[in-house]
Write a protein that binds this ligand. Structure first.
Ligand code: 6PG
Length: 239
């Protein structure tokens, strides 16, 4: 596991983009699963405002690690957020965007999306494998939409599961641990003081953290896990 600590979001976004560009070298296409929530907003803005970062976006197929079970027009939709901050500003072929249909019945959509992954992704040991998977982390230690109070979802034999937000009860379609740990390159993007406690626990005491926090269970079979964190989120890490 690698950890890279940045002064601020701008530096983190630039470094993450260079890391992605590096992985893209020599590839005809790259499958990328996006995280949702607020952290990626500034990354998508960075991409839209720096088109010259010479990423050939047409090479990238876009997926999501999770989606709220709401219509794509809903303020809560990760797809809507990505469309506003990125797709509406950078030309990406519609055929390269594989959104999770938040408007569908959750269990049905989890099964449908799993089939999409089986069709669109190459497999690693029989499991569909993203080239790059972006993840966020909640201040409760959740990742994608697997929350601590239902951490057993992580071990589902399915590729996609239905999570429930602990406060709102909102249903969400999420990749399972099986799909997450099959990804070739996994990157956490975590910023803000409110994440510092969990970052410190997960990095410094992984064995304990694994029992409580889904984010601590992200241990890709490839071994390629990198944390992109800002100083605020890293503030409780011992040197
Ligand atoms: C979502 C996400 C979720 C997110 C974390 C962090 O749909 O909300 O995918 O896993 O990454 O909750 O969210 P913030 O970036 O808003 O802190």
């Amino acid at each position: 596991m690698k950890i890279r600590i940045f002064e601020n979001k701008e530096e983190l976004n630039a470094a993450f983009t260079d890391w992605l560009k590096e992985i893209l070298v020599g590839k005809e296409t790259l499958t990328l699963a996006l995280s949702g929530g607020s952290t990626p907003k500034s990354l998508f803005d960075y991409w839209a405002e720096n088109p010259e970062k010479d990423i050939d976006w047409k090479k990238i197929k876009f997926f999501w690690g999770d989606e709220r079970c709401v219509p794509p027009t809903d303020e809560q939709s990760n797809y809507k957020m990505t469309k506003e901050h990125f797709f509406d500003r950078i030309p990406v072929p519609e055929s390269n965007i594989f959104r999770i249909y938040g408007e569908n019945p959750p269990e049905e959509e989890a099964n449908r999306y799993a089939e999409v992954l089986k069709t669109e992704l190459r497999s690693e040991n029989g499991i569909p494998s993203f080239d790059v998977l972006m993840l966020g982390m909640g201040d409760d230690g959740h990742t994608a939409s697997i929350f601590p109070q239902e951490i057993e979802l992580w071990n589902s034999p399915k590729l996609c599961v239905v999570g429930t937000h602990p406060e709102t009860g909102q249903k969400r379609v999420s990749l399972s641990g099986r799909a997450i740990n099959a990804a070739r390159n996994v990157a956490f993007l975590v910023t803000g003081e409110n994440k510092a406690q969990k970052v410190s626990e997960i990095i410094s005491h992984p064995a304990e953290a694994e029992k409580k926090y889904p984010a601590a269970l992200v241990q890709p079979d490839s071994g390629d896990l990198i944390w992109f964190v800002d100083k605020a989120a890293a503030s409780l890490l011992s040197q």
